[in-house]
Structures are given as C-alpha cells and as structure tokens.
Ligand binder design. Structure first.
Ligand code: GSH
Length: 223
C-alpha cells in the first residue's frame, strides 16, 4: 500500500520525511498542505496557503494542524522525527541505525538536538531574511539567530571531527535532519566562520542519491 504524506516542500520537517522515503525507495503520494505557505509563497506576503490543515478530516489525524503527517496503510502519525524513526524501524533498521539500540539512541539524540538547537534560530533567520515582507524584518533578530546558529554549528563541527557522520562512522537516520540543516545554511549564504568538518560532511551527504529529494534551492529559499 502506498504511503500518503501531507506536507509542503518548503517545510524542513516535511523534507525529513521526503529524505527518509528517498533513502528507503518507497512510493508515496504527497498531498500539499499548509496554513502558512502556498504555491506562490508565504501568506505574510498575501499569498494563498495550500490549506487542508484546517479541515476537520486533517485535524482528526493531526490535532496540531501542522505538517508533516503520514498515513501508512491506516497507521497515521505526526511529528517529523517520530515519522522518520517509525519508517526506520519498519522498513530498514539496518540501514537507518545498524539495527543497534545504541546507534538508534545516538541518532535519536541528534534528531532531538536539531529540533531544539538548530530549528528555532534557523526558523527565525529564514523568517526575517526571506519569508516576511521586508518592512516586517528585524535585523537584530537575524543577528541573534546567526550567533545562536554559529554556536550550534561549532558543536556539530566538533562532532564531525570525531565521526564521519553525525551519530556514527556510518550514515544513520540522525543524518536526515542534519543534512537538511547543513544544506539550508549553505544556501542561505550567511556570514559564518569556516567549519571544515561540516564542509567535508556536506560533500559526503550531497553525494547520496537520496539528496536529490531535498536538493532544489527553491525548497529552502521559497519566500
Ligand atoms: N514538531 C513538529 C512541528 C511541525 C511544524 O511546526 N511544522 C511546520 C512546517 S516545518 C508547520 O506546520 N508550519 C505551519 C504550516 O505550514 O501550516 C514536527 O516536527 O513535525
């Protein structure tokens, strides 16, 4: 049975699921859904959102009204990292975490860390450099977000001096959010120090065939 994914291509959390599905080579149907973005851009600029997320049918699946959500043969799940972990455990434990509880926990730890430390400042950065109309952008918020991100990237760069991938010396599901963040940060061309280990990592993850699922700059820079 084909998996259904509700989401929007410009959502980094939707991209986590797109990247996981590409790694697994699974067929899926994408239903475009969002309260904040549509085909032409962000609602803050007067654009029409994809919608769907405010319908009773969607709220019955996901009471948050956020994306992504999946339905895999009647099993409905929201929360992007939980979806990736479900897909990993169901379809490829060996490939996604070496079938090993400790590798699973290490990868899971980086997925949670990305959620807590990278997403909030990067969300602010993107909002105030791309998504909001220019008159609503706040340069102080951009500077604070960049400083927070640089501090977080130092931690990532240090980890990548110890292991070739974020959670181990092999690719794991922990690399899914990290690949998306590293790619998005590179595309944003922010003023940032050189991080040589992150640069090597970026080359490595970009060489994976699955990267094509999230490569398009428009998925990251759509405003
Ligand atoms: N913790 C949730 C957060 C979900 C979330 O906030 N998703 C964003 C997109 S990245 C969203 O739905 N934004 C509003 C919208 O597009 O309607 C997850 O990881 O799935």
């Amino acid at each position: 049975m084909t998996i259904t994914l509700w989401g929007r291509p410009s959502s980094a959390r939707t991209q986590k699921v797109l990247l996981a599905l590409a790694e697994l080579g699974l067929d899926f149907d994408l239903v475009l859904a969002s309260a904040t973005m549509g085909a032409a851009g962000h609602v803050a600029k007067g654009n029409q959102a994809f919608g769907v997320v405010d319908t009773p049918a969607y709220r019955a699946m996901n009471p948050n009204g956020t994306v992504p959500t999946i339905d895999d043969g009647g099993y409905v799940l929201w929360e992007s990292n939980a979806i990736v972990q479900y897909l990993a455990m169901t379809y490829d434990p060996a490939g996604f975490y070496g079938g090993d509880a400790r590798v699973f926990a290490s990868a899971s730890r980086w997925m949670m860390w990305e959620n807590n430390e990278l997403i909030p400042p990067m969300h602010t950065y993107v909002k105030h450099t791309i998504r909001l109309p220019e008159e609503q952008r706040d340069p102080a918020s951009v500077d604070a977000a960049r400083e927070a991100l640089i501090a977080a990237w130092r931690i990532v760069d240090h980890q990548l001096s110890r292991t070739t991938h974020i959670a181990a010396d092999a690719w794991t599901m922990g690399d899914i959010p990290m690949t998306i963040r590293v790619h998005r940060w590179a595309l944003l061309q922010a003023d940032t120090p050189d991080f040589p280990n992150i640069a090597r990592y970026y080359d490595r993850v970009r060489a994976r065939p699955s990267f094509a699922a999230i490569a398009d700059p428009q998925m990251h820079l759509a405003g």
